[in-house]
Design a protein around this ligand. Structure first.
Ligand SMILES: *[C@@H]1O[C@H](CO)[C@@H](O)[C@H](O)[C@H]1NC(C)=O
Ligand SMILES: *[C@@H]1O[C@H](CO)[C@@H](O)[C@H](O)[C@H]1NC(C)=O
Ligand SMILES: *[C@@H]1O[C@H](CO)[C@@H](O)[C@H](O)[C@H]1NC(C)=O
Ligand SMILES: *[C@@H]1O[C@H](CO)[C@@H](O)[C@H](O)[C@H]1NC(C)=O
Length: 367
């Protein structure tokens, strides 16, 4: 049995650039305190492949501040790689997402997390310490993302929160992660898994796809781009001979080798450059991904991204699940389950998020 939970007072020194999307809480203060409970330890089932046998032991040179066993695992063929961003505003969501991944996989010790934190606005060492105290056994690395990579490329969108530079970190995973990491599952911080991430990670990408994600061909693809885009043949021809469909970039399986070989980061940046000069789309980081990849991605069953549970961008109305089985619940949209629960205005499906919440409430310190 775990001892009394290790607590950590987490003082937020910086205002996150995501603050203004939260409507349910008063976030005018420049610091917050959050304490998180320690998650239980999760063990591999007996038939899990080993992540250490295929590597020489003792290669840890000890001069980085990662976990001791990180170097052995990160390059293992048996590791399942997950990438997420990490910031103060979404930390509670990230913690819940991590817990849900570990709880529903058969081989939790084989999961390696890659966290991207903003080098300017987040305090990476505090975030790292918070993670370590809630997940003492977690295999992870924190990467600092230099906002200046993208801040000059971002133009304002309908939801200004989408312009937070860290939202674009998913375009830079191939540069940030070690070269031995060849395939990664990117996850947003406002979701939980209720199925084994190893199944999603093993999605076949076919002969040439760079990424895999659920596609939504009934969505109105035209509406993601402006009339300026569609009326300019040299631009709209981008989608000629492609069966382009909407996909959500909050859940993606990425072949990093292919990404690096094709320098897709540069292709995405080129579209962002163009967007600064002429408005070709509306919504944040998503359209550049669609411009580069829509119609070329490998399909993933819709069960792996039941998105939109946050409600619509304008009013935050509650949404229901799409028909069909569910492996992943995604609170994309304006409302977040933790904010609605705190405000005592939860949507019905927020009750499915609550069991993964690691936030320590002040009145339950001695459990
Ligand atoms: C938020 O809190 C500050 C300081 O306590 C207060 O002045 C302000 O009116 C509050 N804003 C809202 C919207 O409640
Ligand atoms: C932030 O925290 C410091 C130290 O705990 C405290 O002195 C200060 O009043 C806090 N500021 C706000 C705006 O809450
Ligand atoms: C992060 O916070 C710690 C503790 O407050 C502080 O010592 C450290 O300098 C901070 N790091 C950055 C990069 O701001
Ligand atoms: C799709 O969106 C475009 C632009 O917003 C609109 O003009 C068009 O009527 C829509 N098509 C359908 C089938 O709803």
């Amino acid at each position: 049995m775990p001892k009394s939970p290790l607590l950590l007072v987490f003082a937020f020194l910086f205002l996150s650039c995501l603050y203004h999307i939260s409507t349910a809480t008063n976030v005018t203060a420049t610091n917050l305190s959050q304490q998180f409970k320690e998650a239980p330890q999760f063990y591999n089932s007996p038939d899990c492949p080993s992540t250490t046998n295929d590597l020489e032991e003792g290669e840890d040179d000890g001069d980085d501040d990662s976990n001791n066993n990180n170097n052995n695992v990160v390059c293992s063929e048996s590791a399942v790689h997950v990438a997420m961003t990490l910031d103060t505003q979404y930390l509670r969501g990230s913690m819940a997402a991590i817990l849900s991944v570990l709880q529903h996989t058969s081989c939790p010790e084989n999961v390696f997390f890659h966290f991207v934190a903003s080098a300017s606005s987040a305090n990476a060492s505090l975030l790292r310490a918070t993670l370590s105290s809630s997940f003492p056994y977690l295999k992870f690395q924190v990467y600092r993302f230099d906002d200046s990579h993208v801040s000059g490329l971002i133009s304002t969108s309908i939801r200004s929160a989408l312009d937070c530079p860290l939202n674009y970190a998913r375009s830079y995973l191939a540069n940030l992660l070690p070269l031995c990491v060849r395939q990664v599952v990117y996850l947003d911080s406002d979701l939980i898994l209720v199925d084994d991430i190893a199944k999603l990670s093993a999605t076949p990408l076919g002969d040439s796809s760079v990424l895999a994600a659920p596609e939504y061909c009934n969505a109105n693809f035209t509406s993601y781009f402006t009339p300026t885009f569609w009326s300019n043949p040299s631009l709209s021809l981008t989608f000629a001979n492609r069966k382009a469909c909407y996909f959500n970039t909050g859940v993606m399986v990425i072949d990093l080798d292919r990404w690096r070989a094709g320098d897709y980061t540069k292709q995405i940046e080129d579209w962002m450059e163009l967007q600064k000069r002429m408005r070709i789309y509306e919504l944040g980081s998503l359209p550049p991904f669609m411009l580069v990849f829509a119609g070329k991605i490998a399909s993933v069953n819709h069960r792996w991204n039941q998105h939109g549970l946050g409600g619509d961008n304008f009013r935050g109305l509650c949404r229901d699940l799409h028909p069909g089985p569910v492996s992943l619940l995604h609170w994309s949209g304006k409302g977040k389950p933790w904010a609605r629960l705190d405000a005592n205005r939860p949507c019905p499906l927020d009750a499915l998020w609550a069991p993964y919440d690691l936030l320590q409430t002040p009145f339950a310190l001695d459990s």
